[in-house]
Each structure stands twice: as C-alpha cells, then as structure tokens.
Design a protein around this ligand. Structure first.
Ligand code: DGT
Ligand code: CA
Ligand code: CA
Ligand code: ZN
Length: 575
C-alpha cells in the first residue's frame, strides 16, 4: 500500500473513532499521522525497514505500528473491526459534504438518523434546521448535496446498457448459470438508471457470486451473499445480482424488473385470490384458495395465471397496463425493424462530423429507404448554422445526390424558433424544402406562457412540419424549458403537425409519459436520431425503445411509412 492509501485509512480511522465518541487525543493522533504521511518526502519503505517511522513528527509508537501493518499487509485489523461495528449507512453519512463525524453523531443521537434516506426525510421535514449546531443554511446544504449526489450516480439508459451488456453476456457464458437476464429500470427502458440489476438462476449460487464479485469491472464489493450481491463498478455505478433456483427464475425476474408500483398491483391481485406472490414463487395461503400445479417457468405464464396478457417490461409502470392486459388490449409496440428512415440528421455543413455523402451512405447501409438532412439555420451560430445562400446551395446538392443515390434524400432544415415565435428562414426558402423541423435553441429562460405562445406560433407557420426536441432538456444536465405541453400537443393535432421523439440518449424528448394519450388523440410522431455523425444514426433505436415505453405502435410513427407514402404525406403537409 502506498502512503496516500495509508493516509486515507488513518483519516477514516479518525472519523470512525469520532463517530464512536472516542478519546479526542487518539482521534487527533490518527489525523496528525495521516497529514505527516502525506507531507513525507523520504521513502516510506526505507523508513519502515530501518524502524525510523517514529523520527517523523506526529508519528508515535502506536501509529508507527499501524502504518507498518498497513504497509506490509495491506490491511489493518483494528480498522476492519471498527468498520464492521459501525453500521455501513452511518459511515456513508460521512461522505455527505458538510457532515463531519461530530455532526453525524449528533444526528444519530438526537434524531436517530442512520442512513441517507433518514437524513433526507429529516431534512425535508425541517427537523435538522432545529438542531443545535445546524440551522436552516446547513439543512439546505445537506438537501442540495443529497440531491446532486443522486443525480451524479444515475446514468443515461444508453450508457448503463453499454455497461450491462458485456456483464450479461459473461454471466450467460458461465456453465453454472442456467438463465440470466437484466432486470430493473434498465429492462423497463427508463431514461435514466439508478443501478444495474441482474437476475440469474443456478444450482451453485456461491460460485456465481464469487465470479461476479471478483471480476475486473468491480471496484468495490458493497455486500455479498449466496442470494444477493452488490458491487460498485469501476464506472462508479452500482450493480446488483440475485441468484435463485431455476424454478424460481420467472418469479425473480418478474419481481426485480419492477417497477415497484407495478409489482404491488399484481401482489394485491394475488392476495385477493388467496395467493401469496413473491420473488421466489407463488402459493395458496387462504383456505379454499387453489393454484394449478403446472409449473410457471416464464413471465407469460405468470401473467396468464391472472388472466392477463403478457405485459412488456417497458409498460410496467402502473400506468394503465393492468387494465389493458385484462382486456387483452396490450398494444403491438413499434420495433426497430419498422423504421425506414429519419429526418433529423446534421452534416459537417453545420455542426455534424460527416459529409452529406457519408450520411447518405450510412443511412443506405442501415437499410433505410430515405433520409432527411436538417442542418441548423443561421441564428444557431454556435452550431455553425447555414446562411440562406448556403442552405439554398445545399438543397441543390441534395437534389443532385438524391438522384444518384440508392435511397431518397429529402431536403430539410432544423430551423430556429426566434424568441417571439418567428422562424429563422425566409418563407420563400422554406417553401423550397421538403420539410422543416422547428426547434428552440435560444432564450430558454422565458416563462411558460411566453414560451408556449412562442412555440404555438411556430407550429402554426404553414411551412413547419415537425417540432424538434420539444423541451430542450439534457437529461441529468439541463432542465426542460417551461412549457404547457398538453397545449402544444393540441396545437400540433389541430394544425396537423408532427412532434419528434428525439432519440439522442441525452434528450429522449418529448418525454415518454405524454405519448400514449397524445397518440390516442391523433398526434403523429417522428422518431429521429438527431445524428451529428454517421454512427449516431443508431440513436433512432434508442428512440424506438422510448417510443415503446410511451405505448406507441407503428401506425403512430411517420418514419415507418414506405417511401411512396412518406413522400405523399410530406407533399400534403408542405404543398
Ligand atoms: P433504479 O435502479 O432507481 O433506476 O430503479 P429500479 O426500478 O431498477 O429499482 P431498484 O434497483 O431499486 O429495484 C429493482 C426492482 O426490484 C424494482 O423495480 C422492483 C423491485 N423492488 C425493489 N424494492 C422493492 C420493494 O420494496 N417492493 C417491491 N414490490 N419491489 C421492489
Ligand atoms: Ca436498478
Ligand atoms: Ca437495484
Ligand atoms: Zn437541435
């Protein structure tokens, strides 16, 4: 162990001792020792060999012993004992900015706060402000720190999926593993993911757990047992693995897919029938309640037991899926293969990385029948937006290339919506295009009323075809603009305009929660990649995932239309 690591453990020792309310001199000794080590110029190995550690100011006999133990063995028995005795959530409180051991101890003794969850609850209830030594300001600081640390640990679906896929593959390749799946919010295709959940079946769970906790992707083991282990990945994300017997697998997968709100519904249904449903199985618990002995080895069979159609994981949010499944009315959700082209694609003419030709070739390679090019308009100067002359020249070029290409190329623009709702391109030029995406890229701070009016004015422009990334949100980074979304949806339906579902993993905008009811009212969707490079055309797949989560069927999505039909639709919208 090198000196920085040793110093860190000495610091932690001090904190743990302080948490326990130990002798302040002992605590200070550890702190001083840690500081002395960090300031050390001499070679630690040499000092230990020559037993000269105590020559350093701030290091006495006791501490010299501890440092030697850490240096030679890489661990400290006393530290591990102390850590074991301190509840893990309590030591996690120490990591909250602004909370030292003294404060954590006060919180524990006076408010019985033992975990981050307790802390948040108390702070929200205003209990911390009233404690001596805290006050309103430090309560607000604690809340803010808790909220931002939550945000920091959540990841975009796309990134989390990238981390989970190789782990799932490796799990499935183990000979001890019979079945393995991803569960949790990742399987439900939520836009951001708190932690990864894996579910596996095996008759030797210990072997599987040993494998899981000793892989190179593991940074820290958070807990381990034969049924459940949790690790922190090198990326900082947490990953949970549950291992059950093969007979229990369908139940465990169902349970750990969630959502919690969804699960509770089915469990309540079970209780009504006199059954008890858990992650391990189902059994009759009420006198007279009966259960068919046929094995349940799939989620389909589990749903069938309740007279329900299969509910795809992305719909399991307790937002009407039970009602639909009971009526066997679960929609046939859109699939990646249904997509035949896309319309929000940038080239190097504005802020993309690839040329027009390269983008067209990449679209053809994906098997698309068409691609729409929509570079930025002139007001988007940060994105090298096209002047009217450049846009006009690009239209010419697109017409030429479209004739020579295997696929049809549509000429479009991503036209800025100016602060008052006017479009950034002149009417004459807009008419020469095949379609127009209208987007907000400036004056994000307008209030809801102004913003809604601004957007509706753009939607009402006869040349506008679709609205790009409706709220401008960047997940985990930038809030959405203030907007009355139901009003915008109604305006689009009334004006026969399309709303984009932007598949960029940071956007996924318009939010999936709006799509089901909007599509039922007749709103059309276009799933776009907002691609700024050839490989980003694949963002359309992420868009499809979110469209599924929004209950969308193929019919609601215009870019599932074959070429002739989409040409006709655009012509009608843009005569
Ligand atoms: P996340 O990780 O915050 O993105 O969201 P989830 O849904 O993956 O949540 P997680 O990882 O805490 O738990 C995975 C699933 O396990 C969750 O979706 C449902 C199930 N589950 C966890 N805790 C409970 C619980 O207290 N009751 C029930 N019924 N299910 C639970
Ligand atoms: Ca999770
Ligand atoms: Ca979890
Ligand atoms: Zn944009």
């Amino acid at each position: 162990m090198h000196k920085e690591e040793i110093a860190k453990i000495l610091e932690e020792m001090a904190a743990l001792l302080e948490l326990k309310g130990e002798n302040p001199f002992r605590i200070r000794a550890y702190r001083n020792g840690a500081r002395a080590l960090l300031n050390l110029d001499a070679d630690l190995r040499q000092l230990i060999k020559e037993k000269k550690l105590t020559d350093i100011e701030g290091i006495g006999d006791h501490l010299a012993e501890k440092i030697t133990e850490l240096f030679t063995k890489g661990r400290l028995a006393e530290y591990e004992k102390l850590k074991k005795k301190t509840p893990a959530p309590l030591s996690r409180l120490l990591e909250v900015p602004g909370l030292g051991p003294k404060k954590v101890r006060a919180l524990y003794q006076r408010l019985r706060i033992r975990s981050l969850a307790d802390l948040k609850k108390a702070a929200r209830a205003g209990k911390i402000a009233k404690l001596q030594g805290f006050g309103k300001k430090s309560e607000a600081k604690i809340l803010e720190a808790l909220e931002s640390s939550e945000k920091e640990t959540r990841r975009l679906w796309f990134d989390a999926m990238g981390q989970a896929e190789p782990i799932l593959k490796a799990l499935r390749a183990l000979k001890e593993v019979q079945q393995a799946e991803i569960g949790g919010s990742l399987r439900r295709k939520c836009e951001t993911i708190g932690d990864l959940d894996f579910v596996a079946s095996s008759s030797t769970p210990e072997t599987v757990m040993r494998w899981f906790t000793t892989q190179p992707f593991v940074k820290k083991i958070l807990s381990t047992g034969s049924a459940k282990s949790s690790v922190q990945l090198k990326s900082g994300m947490q990953a949970d693995l549950r291992v059950v017997s093969d007979k229990q697998f369908a139940f465990a997968l169902y349970y750990f897919t969630g959502s919690k709100e969804h699960n509770i519904r089915l469990r309540t249904e079970a209780l009504k029938k006199g059954w008890s449903l858990s992650e391990y199985g189902i059994e009759a618990v009420k006198k007279g309640a009966r259960l068919s002995p046929a094995p349940i080895d799939s989620e389909e069979k589990l749903f069938k037991l309740f007279g329900l159609s299969y509910i795809p994981p992305e719909l399991r949010e307790n937002r009407g899926e039970f009602e639909a499944a009971a009526k066997h009315n679960i929609p046939k959700l859109i699939e990646e293969e249904d997509i035949r082209g896309a319309f929000h694609c940038h080239t190097a003419a504005s802020d993309g990385r690839n040329s027009l030709k390269e983008m067209i070739a990449a679209a053809a390679k994906r098997g698309w029948e068409y691609i729409g090019i929509s570079d930025h308009s002139k007001s988007a100067f940060q994105a090298n937006g096209l002047s009217e002359e450049r846009l006009e020249a690009q239209i010419e070029e697109i017409r030429k290339l479209s004739k020579k290409s295997a696929i049809r190329v549509f000429a479009g623009v991503e036209c800025d919506i100016l602060p008052k709702g006017d479009l950034d391109v002149s009417d004459g030029l807009l008419k020469k295009l095949d379609y127009v995406i209208v987007s907000i890229h400036s004056s994000f701070q307008q209030d809801e009323k102004t913003m809604t009016k601004r957007l509706i004015r753009a939607i009402e422009h006869p040349s506008a075809t679709m609205v790009g990334h409706l709220t401008g949100r960047l997940l985990l980074k930038r809030k959405e603009i203030a907007l009355n979304i139901p009003k915008i949806i109604d305006a689009c339906i009334a004006n026969k305009k399309i709303i984009e579902l932007n598949g960029n993993p940071e956007r996924l905008d318009m939010d999936w929660r709006y799509w089901r009811s909007a599509a039922e009212k007749g709103l059309l969707c276009c799933i776009n990649p907002d691609a700024h490079a050839v490989d980003q055309l694949a963002f359309v797949d992420t868009g499809v995932q979110i469209a599924r989560k929004g209950w969308l069927e193929k019919d609601a999505v215009v870019n599932t239309l074959p070429l002739k039909k989409i040409e006709a639709l655009l012509k009608k919208m843009h005569p």
